[in-house]
Ligand binder design. Structure first.
Ligand SMILES: *Cc1c(COP(=O)(O)O)cnc(C)c1O
Length: 404
């Protein structure tokens, strides 16, 4: 096998140009540190976009992966397997869920959620009740259905015609939902408890409770997209538990696999019955390797001391970010929950979030953006405090370099 070093230039020669990766190619990670081809070290506050929930090369995850790798990799859903059954049981024990469908990505879990919502309404109320209400600036994935339910028109440009029967209300504005919802037509309301991609915007608790009440009144299902907020990210296993508002369907991915592709759609037994035999599926969904790794992630993250640790780390990181924001006048607000934080740029810095990411890389710290006006942080849920402090010191230098 050819394992000669490769350079960033090769990307433009062999890859579809839908991404624009930075010049650094990481080759190794441990905990919240990452090293590139030249041995340059970075502190990772990006977490692979809220994915590497237990950091890199976590010994427990590596152990589970190796253990399962030596036993059985794949079967397809013609047969079930032990890791998938155990993980589904764990997710049911820890959440409102009574039934689980496994997939491989957030988009695919949402696709299942939206199809289920349609099918449930079709079965119980007839074909007219098919409309989905979602929110402007929402992000639900890149399949044609999920990108249509998402509320960012730029992601649909040139891909139309899009699936129909989708309406967009204003996030955190219950009245805008009241104007669209109806018993005759609405099958589901879909919402991220914290809008991640568009700027780390938390839903107000009254808003989510209001959606719950509206859905109950109109026989519509409430779907929470917890792809980014789930699996400990907010300091609660799922954000719905923090809000105290229970959805009918929930999608989970990103942190669930800690870096191994896996996703889940959670729902009740009654609703699940509408995805009967043959109505939906996924070849890789519930793959034993993926489920063995996810089991270790969920078992670890759901421990009370880990979730408490997320709150403590969040407070430390937030305090440091606010201090940097104050010193340089770059952030108007640091918002979010747990270890999903967004630093909103002040007026003067609007549109320049990418510059903060690039300056961070220069100083050896990886951060994310969420849209053009927000710097986003989504580190490992067990990032050592010393790494938070080092990351903040490096990020402060990065901001200083931008300001000088
Ligand atoms: C990332 C994300 C998705 C899409 O997940 P993929 O694994 O990229 O398909 C969907 N919804 C939310 C809220 C996300 O953050």
């Amino acid at each position: 096998m050819n394992k000669e070093p490769v350079s960033r230039e090769l990307f433009d020669e062999v890859m579809v140009p839908n991404y624009a990766p930075g010049s650094v190619i990481p080759v190794k990670g441990e905990g919240s540190r990452i090293w590139d081809q030249e041995g340059r070290e970075f502190v990772d506050l990006a977490g692979g976009i809220a994915v590497t929930s237990l950091g890199h090369a976590h010994p427990g995850l590596v152990g589970e992966l190796m253990d399962q790798a030596n036993k059985l990799w794949h079967l397809s859903n013609v047969l079930t397997n032990e890791p998938a059954l155990r993980l589904a049981k764990t997710l049911c024990d820890l959440t409102f869920a009574e039934r689980v469908f496994f997939a491989n990505s957030g988009g695919e879990a949402n696709e299942a959620a939206f199809k289920l919502a349609r099918r449930y309404a079709w079965e119980h109320f007839g074909p007219d009740k098919h409309e989905i209400i979602s929110f402007k600036n929402a992000f639900h994935g890149r399949t044609l259905f999920t990108v249509s339910v998402g509320g960012q028109p730029k992601y649909l440009e040139g891909f139309e015609p899009a699936p129909g029967g989708i309406q967009h209300a204003d996030f955190n504005d219950l009245d805008s939902v009241k104007k669209l919802i109806s018993r005759e037509k609405t099958c589901a309301v879909v919402v991220e408890p914290i809008q991640g991609e568009s700027g780390v915007m938390p839903a107000q608790p009254e808003f989510l409770q209001g959606l719950r009440d509206l859905c109950d009144e109109h026989d519509a299902l409430l779907v929470f997209d917890e792809v980014q907020t789930g699996v400990g990210r907010t300091g609660h296993l799922y954000a719905y538990q923090m809000y105290g508002v229970t959805p009918d369907i929930l999608s989970s991915a990103k942190s669930l696999g800690g870096g191994f592709p896996v996703a889940a759609m959670l729902t009740t037994a009654k609703i699940a019955a509408s995805l009967g035999f043959g109505t939906h599926g996924s070849t890789y969904g519930g793959n034993p390797l993926a489920c063995a790794v996810a089991q270790k992630v969920v078992d670890t993250v759901s421990q009370p001391e880990i979730l408490k640790g997320v709150q403590a780390r969040s407070a430390r990181l937030k305090k440091g970010l606010m201090a940097i924001g104050e010193r340089f006048g770059v952030f108007s607000e640091v918002r979010g929950a747990g270890l999903l934080l967004g630093c909103a740029l002040t007026e003067k810095w609007q549109g320049r979030a990418k510059d903060f990411l690039a300056a961070g890389m220069e100083q050896g710290v990886m951060v994310l953006v969420a849209g053009a006006d927000t710097v986003r942080l989504a580190p490992s849920l067990i990032i050592p405090e010393a790494d938070i402090d080092e990351a903040l010191a490096r990020f402060e230098k990065a901001v200083e370099s931008l300001c000088s």
